[in-house]
Design a protein around this ligand. Structure first.
Ligand code: NAP
Length: 221
C-alpha cells in the first residue's frame, strides 16, 4: 500500500527554511492536524533538531537500548528517518524518547555501513533497506505502508529531501506556512532542486497568527 505523502514546511516568502524564527506552535499544530501515521525527516534535519533543541552530549541510557512496547490504541505517529550514511549512530535515543512519536523507523540503503546496521539491530530499531547508495524513497514508503499500515506520511524535512519527493513525483500535497519575511541570500531554499515544472492546485489559503499564511496545494499528477 502506498501512503499519501504531504510535504510540510515553514518558509520565508523567498522559500528559505531557516534564517528566520519559525513559529513552532503553528508549524507542529498544522502538521499534526494532518493526522499522519508517520512523520518523515532527513538525517540532516534530525541531527539539527538534536543540536538546536537538546543537549547532544546526553549519552544513551540502558533503558534507551530497548524498543518501547507498542500499544494498539497508541495514535501517535511513527518517526521515520532517512539515514543511509549512519549519521545518527549513537544519537537515535533522542528520537526514541520523543513524546509526540511512538516508535522510530530508519530508512537505509544497500551501502549503509554495517556498523550502523549492527547499532540498529542491537537496539531493535526497525529499518527498511532499499536503494543502492541512497534510499529508494518510493520503494521505502511503499514498504512503510505494507509493513506498518501507514496511510499518510508528513515530511518534516528540509529542501534536500523534500525536493526529491517532488522531483520523483512522490509528494501528493505541499503544505507551507509562509512567514512574513524575506531571508535573502545565503540560506538554502526549498524547490531549487525540485526538477522541472510541477503543476499544483490550491486547496487551502488561510491567514494565521502573526501575519503567517497557511497554503496547501495538491500536486497534479
Ligand atoms: N522550516 C522548516 O519547516 C524545516 C523543516 C525541517 C527542517 N528544516 C531545516 O532544514 C535543514 C536541513 O535540511 P537539508 O535539506 O539540509 O536536509 P534534509 O532535508 O534532512 O535532507 C537530507 C536527507 O535527504 C536524503 N536525500 C538527499 N538526496 C536524496 C536522494 N536523491 N535520494 C534519497 N535520499 C536523499 C539524505 O539521505 P542520506 O541518508 O543518503 O544522506 C538525507 O537523509 C535544517 O537546518 C533544519 O533545521 C526546516
Amino acid at each position: 500500500m502506498y501512503p499519501e505523502v504531504i510535504i510540510h514546511n515553514s518558509v520565508s516568502l523567498d522559500h528559505a527554511v531557516r534564517g528566520f524564527e519559525v513559529d513552532l506552535g503553528l508549524h507542529y499544530g498544522a502538521l499534526l492536524a494532518f493526522e499522519p501515521g508517520a512523520v518523515l525527516a532527513g538525517s540532516a534535519t534530525a541531527k539539527s533538531g538534536i543540536e538546536l533543541f537538546m543537549d547532544i552530549t546526553l549519552p544513551e541510557a540502558e533503558a534507551d537500548r530497548h524498543r518501547p512496547e507498542m500499544r494498539p490504541d497508541d495514535r501517535r505517529p511513527l518517526c521515520v528517518i532517512v539515514d543511509s550514511r549512519g549519521v545518527l549512530k549513537n544519537l537515535l535515543h533522542f528520537y526514541r524518547n520523543m513524546e509526540h512519536t511512538k516508535d522510530v523507523v530508519i530508512l537505509v540503503s544497500e551501502t549503509t555501513p554495517e556498523d550502523y546496521l549492527d547499532y540498529l539491530c542491537e537496539r531493535k530499531y526497525p529499518f527498511i533497506r532499499c536503494g543502492r547508495s541512497r534510499v529508494d524513497l518510493g520503494a521505502a514508503l511503499r514498504e512503510l505502508g505494507d509493513r506498518f499500515g501507514i496511510t499518510r506520511v508528513v515530511s518534516d524535512s528540509g529542501p534536500d529531501l523534500n525536493d526529491v519527493l517532488i522531483r520523483e513525483r512522490i509528494a501528493d500535497t505541499i503544505s507551507l506556512i509562509v512567514h512574513p519575511v524575506v531571508v535573502g541570500e545565503g540560506e538554502k531554499k526549498l524547490f531549487n532542486k525540485a526538477g522541472g515544472r510541477t503543476a499544483l492546485e490550491l486547496r487551502k489559503a488561510v491567514t494565521m497568527e502573526q501575519g503567517t499564511v497557511h497554503l496547501v496545494y495538491a500536486v497534479k499528477k
